[in-house]
Design a protein around this ligand. Structure first.
Ligand SMILES: Cc1ncc(COP(=O)(O)O)c(C=O)c1O
Length: 369
């Protein structure tokens, strides 16, 4: 048997009938950039997240960069985030002109260690980017308190957390900071047929700035108020995402059900550290990530068994060649470093069949027997 870490085709086959006439319509109309489908998706996604505005862009990376620029972050500023995230979080900071400043993750949640943030704040700190990694939300109440106390912008990296909830506020990821940034990369819980991203916010001025920044700094064609970029969403992606949004809760629920099966099956295996879902978070299992000191051996074993796995992420960002210039040494963020050595992501996507889930479970049990 072969179990892929993710299978996108199954989901697309399911919605093809619903989508194909609309794609035909789009072809007839031939308005390929932005378009009414994108506007419709913006309205629906804002309503889904519980924010006043949502501005569609062409990737999660763009969402992060434009959010920083819209908040006036630039040269001479510092932005706090974690070294244990996908590199795009930090690339956005670097391209804004600011300096990334890292704070280690918490060993249990694998998200930012809120207790370590204040010691990283300097007079140059302008923003904090908490990352809702693997689909579990960060502890937003204390984060909001710190951001308020030091007058910092709070930009949520919700690229892996579509629909995740922060229970103390009964709010969704992307609706609790000054803005939220989403990716619709094909492997995400809500995914495009290509690249896509979104900035969510309650702040009209920020929404307007992001709108301008995504379209060469212009509100009116060929009149440019600021220097921007081309970060517009394609009409096709708006159409696909709008269709898929209706199923997001159902798909997230299926992810949770598979995660529950994994957790139940592995809870008595001492060599496995299971994913931890904090009491304040209702996660969406973008990834199901276990930790074990025998990670590489397990990965090879599963590969031989036909089970695909992933490593999210094998090298913390402060040790990446591209970020050496920041001057961090090995040992600077021990929790991130250890986590990177031990993590392994198991196959998990809503269309996974029961026999596939069982096969993954049996294969892992066989390895640890
Ligand atoms: C945590 C995180 N931040 C940012 C991004 C960047 O999103 P994109 O690939 O759409 O640019 C991703 C997606 O890969 C991500 O997982």
């Amino acid at each position: 048997m072969k179990v892929q870490v993710i299978d996108l085709k199954k989901q697309n086959m399911k919605i093809w009938e619903e989508l194909s006439p609309r794609i035909e319509g789009l072809f007839q109309e031939s308005r390929f950039i932005l378009g009414k489908e994108v506007e419709e998706f913006e309205r629906n996604f804002a309503s889904y997240c519980g924010t006043k505005f949502a501005v569609a862009v062409n990737s999660g990376t763009s969402a992060l960069l434009l959010s920083l620029l819209a908040h006036g972050v630039g040269k001479g500023d510092e932005v706090i985030t974690v070294p244990f995230t996908f590199i795009a979080t930090v690339e956005a900071i670097v391209f804004s002109g600011a300096k990334p400043v890292f704070v280690d993750i918490d060993a249990k949640t694998m998200t930012i260690d809120v207790g370590k943030i204040e010691q990283a704040i300097t007079p140059r700190t302008k923003a904090i980017i908490p990352v809702h990694l693997y689909g579990e939300v960060c502890d937003m109440n204390p984060l909001r308190e710190i951001a308020g106390k030091y007058n910092l912008s709070l930009i949520e990296d919700a690229c892996q957390a579509h629909g995740a909830e922060y229970l103390p506020r009964a709010k969704k990821a992307g609706s609790m900071g000054d803005c939220g940034c989403f990716s619709f990369y094909p492997s995400k819980n809500l995914s495009a047929w290509g690249e896509g991203g979104m900035v969510t916010t309650d702040d009209e001025e920020i929404a307007e700035k992001v709108k301008m920044l995504r379209d060469h700094g212009s509100g009116k064609k060929y009149y440019h108020k600021m220097i921007g970029l081309n970060c517009r969403m394609e009409t096709l992606q708006g159409l696909v995402l709008n269709c898929k949004l209706k199923y997001l809760d159902e798909w997230n629920e299926r992810r949770r059900a598979i995660a529950r099966q994994y957790t139940e099956a592995f809870q008595n295996i001492d060599a496995i550290c299971l994913p931890f879902s904090p009491s304040y978070s209702r996660g969406v299992y973008h990834l199901y990530v276990i930790r074990t000191s025998e990670r590489d051996e397990l990965k090879n074993f599963l590969q031989e068994k036909g089970v695909g796995t992933g490593l999210h992420y094998p090298l913390p960002l402060h040790l990446q060649d591209s970020l050496r210039y920041l001057g961090y040494q090995e040992g600077a963020f021990p929790v991130s470093e250890r986590t990177a050595r031990e993590i392994i992501s198991l196959p998990l996507y809503p269309e996974m069949e029961e026999v596939e889930v069982k096969y993954v479970i049996d294969s892992i049990k066989e390895f640890f027997r």
